[in-house]
Design a protein around this ligand. Structure first.
Ligand code: ADP
Ligand code: MG
Length: 271
């Protein structure tokens, strides 16, 4: 008996090259994210993490290099793509004068007919995610008046309201205090388990990154330099090599925890 055909991965990136303004930014990146998996890309500033997520989200041309759920990315039309993949950018544009509810309803655009209005179901979906992110009382606030952390949760609410099966999260918790970081990541993980979402994220906090990811990819200078489980990627040696960081890695309940430690002082040379 032959094996059943395996489901297409949510994301398949093959030999992705991206140049911006003539400068090579990504130089042959391979990445696979299985449906339902959570993969987090880490790497030093400027490694190309945001560029990789932008390419996967269809915001940068990458002909022939990216498939989403088995369909070549360039074959997806705008509306179809929006039902498949939702992105929270690292620094989204804040439209002037827009309320929180109207902003979250932008996530429902792929379901609203051209020249039509949002339905009761669209409104319910928007209020649902606002509630889940502790934002219900903010619905009529102007987005621009929110704190950085509140705004970050609204950006996530918009992506969740979109109802896409693949979430691309570019540093979704950088602006949040540790309580809200956990709340947001727990909600994303709960949605992943209950609705089979796939998550491709970037994160700077390596301990938190390792606690939520099934697999991690370490990107440096536009190339994948390590990939595997958090335990395989979050090693003192790899972090010293690619971040020039001195860290201790200790065992936590949900994976390795990375503790930055001050490097030993260099001896002062007598002049
Ligand atoms: P990361 O998210 O890992 O910090 P980015 O993907 O944002 O890295 O950027 C990777 C590199 O690409 C950086 O060196 C950045 O300066 C460069 N870069 C980003 N956007 C552009 C652009 N529009 N033109 C030229 N270089 C860019
Ligand atoms: Mg970035």
């Amino acid at each position: 008996m032959s094996a059943p055909p395996s489901a297409a991965p949510a994301v398949a990136v093959r030999d992705l090259h991206v140049s911006l303004d003539g400068a090579p930014i990504l130089a042959g990146v391979d990445l696979t994210v299985a449906a339902g998996e959570w993969v987090t890309v880490i790497g030093p500033n400027g490694a190309g993490k945001s560029t990789l997520l932008r390419a996967v989200g269809g915001l940068l041309p990458a002909p022939g290099a990216i498939s989403l759920f088995g369909t070549p990315s360039e074959a997806l039309r705008r509306r179809d793509r929006a039902r498949v993949v939702a992105t929270v950018a690292q620094s989204p544009i804040v439209p002037a004068g827009m309320s929180v509810l109207d902003y979250v309803l932008l996530g429902r655009t792929p379901y609203i007919p051209t020249l039509g209005r949002e339905s009761a179901a669209d409104l319910a979906a928007a209020y649902d995610v606002l509630g889940g992110l502790d934002l219900a009382s903010f619905h009529d606030r102007e987005l621009a008046t929110l704190s950085g952390g509140e705004r970050q949760r609204v950006f996530l609410a918009r992506a969740l309201a979109q109802g896409a099966t693949l979430l691309l999260l570019d540093e979704p918790t950088s602006a949040l205090d540790i309580g809200h970081q956990q709340e947001v990541l727990e909600l994303v993980d709960q949605l992943r388990r209950e609705h089979g979402l796939t998550v491709l994220a970037t994160m700077h906090d390596l301990s938190i990154a390792g606690e939520y990811a099934d697999r991690m990819v370490l990107l440096a200078d536009g190339r994948v330099v390590a990939a595997g489980t958090p335990r395989e990627v979050l090693t003192e040696q790899l972090l010293a090599t690619w971040y020039r960081a001195t860290v201790r890695v200790v065992d936590g309940d949900h994976g390795p925890l990375v503790v930055p430690v001050r490097p030993a002082p260099r001896p002062i040379r007598a002049g």
